[in-house]
Design a protein around this ligand. Sequence first.
Ligand code: PRX
Length: 613
Amino acid sequence: MQQKAALNPDAHWMDLAMRLSWFTAPTQALNTSGLWFEGGKLNACYNAVDRHLEMRGDQLALIWQGEAADEKRELTYRALHQEVCRMANVLLQCGVKEGDRVAIHLPAIAEGVIAMLACARIGAIHVVLFGGFSAEAIADRIADADAKLIITADVGRRGPKRVPFKKTIDAALTHLSPDQVETILVMSVTHEDVPMQEGRDHLLAPLITAAPDTLPCVTRDANDPLFLLYTSGSTGKPKGIVHGTGGYLTWASFTQNVVFDHREGDVFWCTADLGWITGHSYVAYGPLCNGGTILIYEGMPSYPDPGQWWRVIEKYRVTSFYTSPTAIRALMREGDDVPGASDLNSLRVLGSVGEPISREAWEWFYRVIGRNRCHLVDTWWQTETGGIMISPVPGIIEGEPSAATLPLPGIDAVLLGPDGQECENEAEGVLCMRRPWPGRALSIWRNDELFQKIYLAPYPGYYFTGDGARRDGNGHYWITGRVDDVINVSGHRIGSAEIEDVLADDRDIAECAAIGIPHSLKGQAVVVFIVPKNATRADMLPEHARQIVSRRIGRYAVPEHIYVVDDLPKTRSGKNVRRLLRKIASGEKEGFGDLSTLSDPDCIERLLDATPM
Ligand code: PRX
């Protein structure tokens, strides 16, 4: 495949596209306008569900497990089809039309996947909003996407905590124009009383029960948007990344198949929240397109005790388990005996994604969970790439600790040096993609110019990933982390500017800078330096700043440490020197290099005296 992709990329891409079911097959891979599979017509829901009805109607498509052992739900492909059709009919009854955006803000329940597929079925564009976003963050995204309908739940559960989904949506609406959202559909999870506004809010379950369980799929063009997903960059507000239908689905389905060595009967458990791209490509679309059985678990890894996840693997004979280094680090701390108590023999492929995985965590995952006999794939990719780009391939390219290894067939990764030239052989540089691939996002929602500026303009002729990488003598890639100002906390992407912008709006804050520093559990932690406007109120500032970040972005972005200082290190042209802030926040006392370019070189001494709060 690798050779074919190199010699005749178009034929390679067409082979991959033909793994899907098309209503009208495309005749060309990439056209001169940069569009994939133009002329091809298909439906993503048809590919994830309907195409399997004949062969595997009675096979399990979706297993949902709650924290209590008896809280579970199993849907065959036939049952999933009926549920999706019912939900799609409800959306139509609510006036949703092809091309409309539907916001989905749900806990990890089956309805999340059902709602996504229902949107795809009628050609609505889904916008899944992470459960950890604050009301203001949700409002920003709903306004940007111009969503008129929201699917949410009464209350979600996170271990012993209750998460107020509907209340958060109600709070989000107070930041929006009153005619923005016309309909809110509420799934009853805990059956707690939540305020419902007559005419606008409806309980979802009775509507679903009453709706017909059949509905034909609409025909979508290959380049019609399938979904928007908001992600943070180094500047400005989070952007609505737009994924198309044909290219995205080709890539999600192929990569799930090859990277997880997908086989008949596989039970695929990806622990990602549906609100992130991993949830889209590897909880939902990838494994379902391949006819797998997906597992959704609603609960935290260590609740009610740290053996919970391993018991779920044993109970459902999970074959493929895809999770994050943050989860692995947390579970590793509980010791080897905890997973040792469960039968994990069904596992065949383990995967890691979202952040660099240390050698120690990789080896523990391989030895204690994989029992030294599973393939372990450390998969590198991004929201914008649609699916996995660089990864081992079980049985062909075996993993090695902390290496993403080789680009998948057709993926043309390069490293660029400081001068923008391609590096040869062993090297370290900025990771870029030379040739296009079908999974790449179409654009940023209603802002193609910005898409070009962020991803294509920095290195003309290449797609810029924002990551740095090293290539070893075998051509294997080792991801070194972001080269821009994106902070990765437990796999959550947070832009420095996103935090700085919400803090800078505050009347007590004169200036601020947000950076990421290494953190043993979260991978990175956010640290903020604040210059107060009014020194007498400085004591209150850290708590105040944490509240602002929690309210305007979400708890996941709240700074670990806050330094209140009288100045920030700046160049003479007024730019914050984050390199120095990172060193100071990491506890380094020397080795700051040449400080003569700073407008006030003495400020470093003063910063070293500051204590984090
Ligand atoms: O920095 C890289 C890191 O996560 C970023 C992408 O984040 P997001 O769009 O939220 O998607 C996460 C799930 C694909 C990348 O730019 N990243 C992702 N996978 C890895 C990684 N860093 C190191 N190793 C990985 N395997």
